[in-house]
Ligand binder design. Structure first.
Ligand code: NAD
Length: 313
């Protein structure tokens, strides 16, 4: 059997996927599932998101509960843990997904949320007779559109095996990180590295400027020396050395400052929950919160270099 026909068979046998949250990420992810032959029913409370999804061929319904009824997998791609827990349990007297779903439904949450919220969501799903996997992503909107996301996955082996073909349709890498919540744990640890390293790279470029180094000279050294990292060699915060980095297009995201501030907030929650002494992670969260407060939320997170430069004048 070819890889393509195996993927097609997986799509045929997967049943219906209820896709809740058709925003920047969820919209194109749902489209990729449809293109691969999956049966998808989408829902989003925002009419513009519904319209965009419908225009791209995603069938939509009038409520989350309607979408969930009869689904084998309920995939959520929502802004925060509060949204996920409210959608699962219901709110304002409205029934939630846990109640609407048939017993044994697999709840697949791809949102980025607190580790503790992911564990709470999994426990609630299991207590209601369902199955649960957390699978946050990295790769951004570009990766969602191209189907090249990385999924960091937490859950039981059998459940992860069930959703793997679905995740492989929307991404190029699926890493099973361990038990419930450990997908979120991997995401939060990775993005704490990213936030701290982007600040470090940006501070180094501004220091280099003050010392008379050209951006090219510092890049040529650090990119091949021990300062090498993704923040430098892929998302370089100064224009020039890496033509595809957001710095070359006036810091259009890319990965928005607001999302970095959100993810560092989740990291801080995890640090406080575990008692880990991570001064750099805590400081990075404060620096990105201030960046957002001063208007950087909509620009790429590498725009932090401009705020460092302004404060250095
Ligand atoms: P978004 O705000 O564009 O989309 C979220 C959508 O969820 C919105 O359209 C909203 O109306 C909808 N929604 C809210 N409550 C709902 C409910 N009860 N039922 C159905 N839909 C509901 O956000 P996004 O950029 O698509 O991000 C989604 C998640 O992915 C977030 O947790 C984010 O942190 C994470 N993420 C985003 C990126 C990125 O680059 N945008 C990258 C990695 C991870």
């Amino acid at each position: 059997m070819t890889e393509q026909s195996a993927a097609g068979d997986a799509a045929q046998s997967a049943g219906t996927i209820a896709f809740l949250g058709l925003g920047h990420m969820g919209g194109p992810m749902a489209v990729n599932l449809i293109k691969a032959g999956y049966t998808v029913v989408g829902y989003d409370p925002v009419p513009a998101a519904i319209e965009a999804a419908r225009d791209h061929g995603v069938p939509v319904t009038g409520s989350a509960v309607e979408a969930a009824t009869g689904a084998s997998v309920i995939l959520t791609m929502l802004p925060s843990g509060r949204h996920v827990l409210e959608a699962y349990r219901g709110s304002g007297g409205q029934p939630g997904l846990l109640e609407a779903a048939a017993p044994g439904t697999l709840f697949l949450d791809c949102s980025t949320i607190n580790v503790t919220e992911a564990q709470e969501a999994a426990a609630a799903a299991i207590a209601a007779g369902h199955r649960s996997v957390d699978a946050p992503v990295s790769g951004g909107v570009v990766g969602a559109e191209a189907g090249t996301l990385t999924f960091m996955v937490g859950g039981e082996d059998d459940d992860v095996a069930t959703v793997r073909p679905i995740l492989e349709t929307m991404g190029k890498r699926v890493v099973h990180c361990g038990a419930h919540g450990l997908g979120q744990a991997a995401k939060v640890c990775n993005n704490m590295i990213l936030g701290v390293s982007m600040i470090a790279v940006s501070e180094a470029f501004v220091l280099g400027e003050k010392l008379g180094l050209t951006h090219e000279a510092l890049f040529d050294v650090a990119a091949h020396a021990s300062g090498q990292c993704w923040a430098l060699t892929t998302n370089c915060p100064v224009p020039g050395p890496v033509p595809t980095s957001p710095a070359n297009r006036d810091y259009q995201p890319g990965f928005a400052g607001a999302l970095m501030a959100k993810d560092l907030g989740l990291a801080v929650n995890a640090l406080e929950h575990t008692g880990v002494a991570a001064d750099m992670g805590q400081l990075a969260a404060r620096i990105y919160n201030s960046f957002v407060e001063h208007g950087g939320g909509g620009t790429d997170f590498s725009g932090i270099i401009n705020s460092i430069r302004e404060q250095s004048e």
